[in-house]
Design a protein around this ligand. Structure first.
Ligand code: PYC
Length: 320
């Protein structure tokens, strides 16, 4: 019998406004032909150990977001991508798409010339543009609010009111949390947001079709003079987003537009809990949804080959 060989996985790591993205260029399992949603099904059902091998310790860490780069189903698109993290899969990920954009620029596949490139994701096509100022702009999937001023009764933080919105993932957006959004309070902020998430589950508050709301956003006043708002975002694996979270910013833009607090094309500047920033604006789709365009900067920080050794007990990462 042939011994199982070590699998070599070629990756490029970047960070987008502080939040990591690991683009898998080579060595991934064969997911067959198909759309991103079809390939995601194969990935989830047959190769979940590859997800944890790339994102989890000892090769990754809890905040790592993986981006599997694939050939597109439609030749008019530039690429297809599936995002994943320490606990599962993301519909869309804007910081990850900015990271992908910078990775493609690093590889010479796109130029900072303002051309719009289509990228297929499991929740729809998005478009990226590498700008001359070094930023990457992402035209995200249509975003919208599904519930306004919903009150939840948390176990340890009292009653809170927020909105439910889709920005490529499901978000609950809260202003009246009473928390100081200071990066030295990460544990307290994580506890508070996780308490809200559990309350949503207990009260049966979901996105469309019963989808779990697995991202919680707490908003407060900005600290930067060039921002309109600061946030703390809890991701599904209970890690916080170091960036302002682009799908969360998209959900915020949809709520602001629905409330008449943001005009079409007007700029919104969202600061993260570590003081980094995305800018964004919306196009009105005229049907209660908006098309968010969110921009930020990313930096390539490592070119590596991950080794998944046959005799390594943590070949698939540490799965708790
Ligand atoms: O930027 O959309 C985002 C994102 C989702 C989860 C982490 N970052």
């Amino acid at each position: 019998m042939q011994p199982t060989p070590t699998v070599k996985v070629q990756v490029l790591d970047s960070h987008t406004e502080g939040e990591p993205t690991r683009v898998v260029l080579d060595g991934a399992p064969d997911l067959g032909e198909g759309t991103a949603a079809e390939r995601l099904r194969v990935f989830r059902e047959r190769f979940d150990g590859f997800r944890s091998a790339v994102c989890n310790e000892p090769r990754g860490f809890d905040a790592m977001v993986g981006a599997l780069l694939l050939p597109p189903a439609d030749p008019a698109a530039l690429a297809q991508v599936i995002f994943f993290n320490n606990v599962g899969y993301l519909g869309m990920c804007v910081h990850g798409t900015v990271g992908l954009g910078v990775t493609l620029r690093h590889l010479g596949k796109i130029q900072p010339d303002g051309t719009q490139h289509t990228i297929e994701t499991p929740v729809g096509n998005v478009r990226i543009e590498a700008r001359e100022d070094g930023s990457i702009a992402v035209e995200n999937v249509p975003s919208y609010r599904t519930a306004h001023r919903v009150t939840v009764e948390t176990e340890h933080h009292g009653r809170m009111t927020g909105d439910v919105a889709w920005g490529g993932n499901w978000f609950f957006l809260v202003d009246d949390h009473g928390q100081d959004l200071d990066a030295r309070r990460l544990r307290a902020l994580t506890d508070c947001a996780a308490d809200v998430r559990r309350a949503l589950v207990r009260q049966g508050i979901t996105g469309t079709d019963g989808a779990e709301i697995d991202h919680i956003e707490l908003f407060g006043p900005p600290r930067r003079a060039d921002a309109d708002s600061r946030n703390f975002v809890l991701c599904p694996g209970l890690e916080y987003d170091r960036s302002p979270c682009g799908t969360g910013t998209s959900a915020k833009l949809a709520c602001l537009f629905a409330d008449g607090k943001l005009a079409e094309s007007a700029e919104w500047r969202q600061e993260s809990i570590i003081g980094s920033r995305f800018t964004g604006h919306v196009k009105d789709l005229g049907d209660g949804r908006v098309l968010p365009i969110v921009a930020g900067h990313a930096h390539v920080i490592a070119e590596s080959t991950l080794l998944l050794g046959a005799d390594d007990p943590f070949r698939e990462g540490i799965r708790l």
